[in-house]
Write a protein that binds this ligand. Structure first.
Ligand code: 3HC
Ligand code: NAI
Length: 643
């Protein structure tokens, strides 16, 4: 870590260099503290530019210090010291000014940002509130509404938007240091703006605060930090500066020590670790410049969209002209939806579609770097596809299957150069869900495996390596979860109570509601397939419902009844009759024990998966459940939650 001071006439340039992201650890706080003293004492200096080396401006407090007692100088004191400095400081922002980084920038008298930079207060995503005046200075700088949005969502904003909100004073292009020094010189010719702490703030009326509270409570689903952040912002808008600072600091320190913050820190480091697998550090991945997808159904279209979002040109192969037409509609629907939700402009959506070539002729794949198969979940169909690919593709083209359950070793049998074969298991909708399970076979080369991880990075996904077993990591635990939930029903626990308990735990939906939405028939067909192959698969309660035509919302009922045009689940008398005799008359498990029993079952399956070497570490299992199956992030995943 270095903090160096240069001089350019009457302007000093303080450069922070603390790789990788200039996090504000104790020694950096001390060095900036000292720089303020040095420059205040230097009569030749009239203004100071604070700039960072490396990929970003200060990215926040050092998260690795959060488990330890705070050591002075404390960040709020440093921000005050910058604000009280005898010379005006100008924060020169590139990359991201986040959390404590943006708070330091608010201690400066001015903020100048490169056009590609962003600023934000992501603390709630770590289970805490800003702890160095983020909730107190931001409303004084940009108004209460902007502050509430920034702090309670934790979403950063790009420089142009930051300028329009008043969060930064200027957006520049080109050489940031030159521009920031020029800005400082010009600022010296005019009266200085008020320090942010001295600026007035106007609180909206109580009804507005109540509305915010309602909306955030709904969104947070049990996560406490966003509501506590709103509370800090309200105090900041209604109480004097010092009182609001004390309230923010107390909240910050309380939440920093909370289970939710520990869980979110666990996710933070697990996510970053996942993209850089240590066991592949020495392996160079292949460069992927073009890709193809076989099958344009639910998954194929989603995977194609994900690849297009990453800028790769795509070939999509379907069975025949009619199937090509259906695939085109599937893809159009994805991009139309993105336009409707404001994620893409019409022109961007068109460019995405223009980058896809469709057809049914495998000869088009002769020069493709990567092919992902997403055809029916049927071994014979998949093998036929790989037989074609083996003949058509380059010998070094990576060939991947998106199978959910079939043993990839069986799919790859007979494939020439099986070292380039791998499982890449995407989750539906594949262009949205962050998880990618990467499943090597015993013949997969390290280079192919490393390319899977590199592809995940290219697609902004979270990669998790999984060994071969029924359902890999995610679906195997899902199966256990559903089986345990059914076991509770058999013991007499009401279906609706189980779903409500899991929602109360933080899932968006309980296990039975989720099956009704996705359809009970998929898992049923898989069980039937196993039975037909001679495996001993005991009958499930779900089987009874599917045989009675209850496949979920799409058939008007599954575990629940649904009124036409209404997706809210209604407890079903028909289900009670169908399951009579299999369900105990007792009242089942007490409500407050349900979530614990089900999460413990998930973790038990996770431990079996670890013991068998299917997952490489417990945090990988947590990533799978959080990013693929809606496990509440602030609980840290089943392994962390039951540690
Ligand atoms: N503290 C400690 N380490 C951090 C860190 C932080 N705030 N932010 C990132 N790192 C580490 C990562 O763990 C990773 O380490 P590794 O190489 O050993 O795995 C390394 O820096 C690089 O991180 P990324 O892979 O995420 O780098 P990117 O270039 O993709 O992204 C970034 C850069 C956008 C700055 C991203 O790292 C990020 O979002 N960081 C977190 C920012 C944040 O949450 N700040 C708020 C902290 S809380 C706070 O400030 C409280 C205050 O109010 C008192
Ligand atoms: P789907 O039925 O929606 O789509 C399959 C597509 O493959 C159809 O469009 C069909 O025309 C096409 N197809 C069939 N044979 C083909 C061939 N020989 N050549 C070219 N195209 C062919 O199925 P879905 O849901 O997209 O599943 C595809 C694969 O992805 C399956 O292996 C499934 O297990 C897996 N998967 C599915 C998930 C889901 O949530 N639906 C999640 C993760 C994986």
């Amino acid at each position: 870590m270095t903090v160096s001071i240069d001089r350019d006439g009457e302007v000093a340039i303080v450069t922070v260099d603390n790789p990788p992201v200039n996090a504000l650890g104790q020694s950096l706080r001390q060095a900036v503290w000292d720089a303020v003293g040095t420059l205040d004492a230097d009569p030749a200096i009239r203004a100071v530019v604070l700039i960072c080396a490396g990929r970003t401006f200060i990215a926040g407090a050092d998260v690795t210090e959060f488990g330890k007692p705070p050591v002075p100088p404390h960040l709020p004191d440093l921000v005050d010291r910058l604000e009280q400095a005898g010379k005006p400081w100008v924060a020169a922002i590139h990359g991201s000014a986040l959390g404590g980084g943006f708070e330091v920038a608010m201690g400066c008298r001015f903020r100048v940002a490169l056009d590609a930079a962003s600023v934000g207060l992501p603390e709630v995503t770590l289970g805490i509130v800003p702890g160095a005046s983020g909730t107190v200075r931001t409303p004084r700088l940009a108004g209460v509404e902007a502050a509430v949005d920034l702090v309670t969502t934790g979403r950063p904003v790009k420089a142009a938007r930051a300028l329009s909100l008043g969060l930064v004073d200027a957006v520049v292009t080109g050489d940031l240091r030159v521009e920031a020094v020029a800005f400082a010189r010009k600022a010296l010719t005019q009266p200085l703006p008020q320090q942010i702490s001295a600026r007035p703030v106007t609180s909206p009326d109580p009804a507005w605060w109540d509305e915010q509270k309602k909306a955030i409570t709904k969104r947070a689903k049990g996560e406490v930090a966003p509501l506590r952040a709103l509370d800090c912002l309200r105090v900041a808008a209604e109480a004097p500066f010092a009182e609001a600072m004390a309230h923010e600091r107390a909240t910050f320190l309380e939440l920093r020590a909370s289970d939710q913050a520990a869980a979110l820190r666990h996710m933070f480091f697990a996510e970053r670790g996942a993209t850089k697998p240590a066991h592949l550090a020495e392996v160079t991945p292949r460069h992927i410049r073009s890709a193809a997808v076989i099958g344009g159904g639910t998954m194929g279209a989603g995977i194609a969209a994900a690849l297009r979002d990453a800028g790769l040109p795509i070939i999509l192969i379907e069975r025949d002209a009619d199937a090509v037409q259906r695939a085109r509609v599937n893809l159009d629907n994805i991009f139309d939806g993105a336009v409707k939700r404001g994620k893409l402009t019409e022109a961007q959506a068109q460019a995405r579609i223009d980058g896809v070539t469709m057809g049914s002729d495998y000869a088009r794949l002769a020069d493709t770097d990567l092919v992902i198969e997403a055809v029916f979940e049927d071994l014979a169909v998949k093998r036929a596809v790989f037989a074609e690919l083996g003949q058509t593709c380059r010998a070094d083209a990576i060939l991947a299957t998106n199978t959910s359950y079939i043993d990839p070793r069986l799919i790859a049998q007979g494939l020439p150069h099986p070292d380039r074969f791998i499982g890449l298991h995407f989750f539906s909708p594949a262009n949205v869900m962050k998880l990618l399970e990467i499943v090597p076979t015993p013949t997969t080369s390290p280079e192919t495996l490393a390319t899977g991880f590199a592809l995940a990075r290219q697609l902004a996904k979270i990669p998790v390596q999984a060994g071969i077993c029924d359902g890999f990591i995610g679906n195997r635990i899902l199966k256990r979860y559903r089986a345990e939930a059914e076991a509770l029903v058999r013991q007499g626990t009401p279906i609706a109570a189980i779903d409500a308990a899991m929602r109360g735990y933080g899932f968006a939906m309980g296990p039975f509601e989720a099956q009704d939405l996705g359809g009970l028939d998929i898992a049923f067909l898989q069980r039937e397939g196993a039975r037909a192959a001679g495996q001993d698969v005991p009958e499930t309660l779900g089987d009874i419902l599917v045989r009675a035509g209850r496949k979920g919302q799409k058939t008007g009922g599954g575990w629940y009844d649904y009124r036409p045009g209404d997706r809210s689940p209604q407890p079903s008398q028909a289900v009670a009759s169908l399951l009579a005799g299999r369900v105990s008359d007792s009242s089942g498990l007490p409500f407050d024990q349900i979530a614990n029993v089900l999460v413990t079952a998930m973790a038990a399956e996770g431990h079996a998966i670890l013991t068998e070497g299917i997952a490489r570490c417990a945090s990988d299992i947590d990533l799978v459940k959080v990013h693929g199956y809606g496990f509440p992030r602030w609980r840290g995943g089943p392994m962390f939650a039951t540690r």
